[in-house]
Design a protein around this ligand. Sequence first.
Ligand code: KG4
Ligand code: ZN
Length: 340
Amino acid sequence: MLVLGVESSCDETGVALYDSVRGLLAHALHSQIVMHNEYGGVVPELASRDHIRRVLPLTRQVLSESGCTLADLDGVAYTAGPGLTGALLVGAGMARALAFALDIPAVGVHHLEGHMLSPLISDTPPEFPFVALLVSGGHTQLMLVSGVGRYILLGETLDDAAGEAFDKTAQLLGLGYPGGPALSKLAATGDAARFSLPRPMLNSGDFDFSFSGLKTAVLTLVRKAGLAQAADIAAAFQAAAVEVLVSKSLAACRHSGAERLVVAGGVGANTLLRERLTREAAAHGVTVFYPRLEFCTDNGAMIAFAGAQRLASLPNTAAAQPDLAFAVRPRWDLASLEAV
Ligand code: KG4
Ligand code: ZN
């Protein structure tokens, strides 16, 4: 089954072709980071307009790179939520219209399910069950995953998401948007032991997180120490955030008896998180699986892959037959998905 995947939930237009037998055939991405950088964050209306400009050229690009034509497609998958309404509507509208024209099924994919299953786009995918640490710009969750659509929420952030904490801290340090990559680059040149920052909820005994206090502690520290110490502050922040993420992820594995941990979402690209997790997990008999680095942040491949799992499982493709009526879900609970 050949599936075209379209991601347009936020500030990246991603398109990919995934074949259930041959694997990932092609993927293409346009990031709007430069455009939004000027405003210090994503401007939803500009995001939607840019998705409109990019989605068809990117689709032509993946078709031509893979040597496929529209007639080869068996289905179309698109991000139906969560995300920015206008941005989601661009991908959803394009995908639904294409599926209708080709008389093939279309399926709306949950963006976080895409992230969570992205480590499965691999020659050596993790087996179920596993614990998933989802760390993106909008979400921080620990899930127990026993199959596609079989998700039990173990814990989540009570306030800011991990990526949001990286972004806001980077902003306090004058690093621009999105701050995660810039902050971790600066942190690599700093001394993490110079300043001590709190590890919120480290010993709370559950799998929930809180990052807003950490951000406030950084603000206080910046006021006291000044921006000349930015590298040391960045390193201290990163060490605190990573320690909480590592500790809670391993506690969740212990609690659920899982021997595999999957890390997904933009913060999963963080080098210190990867190093610490891999080392400490090994000591606990847990193997960690990451998506390819380019699939940590938003991309079309994860949507094509998750869509292929869902389309393949439909008992009768009539259930997903093209229909010009569609809706997007800017807010959508991952644990509410149905199993395939
Ligand atoms: O998954 P993603 O691309 O978008 C959402 O679905 O939210 O995640 C983006 C987030 C941003 O907050 C960004 O700062 C963060 O991931 N990020 C990082 C790194 N690369 C991206 N955070 C820390 N270290 C990184 N290397
Ligand atoms: Zn994402």
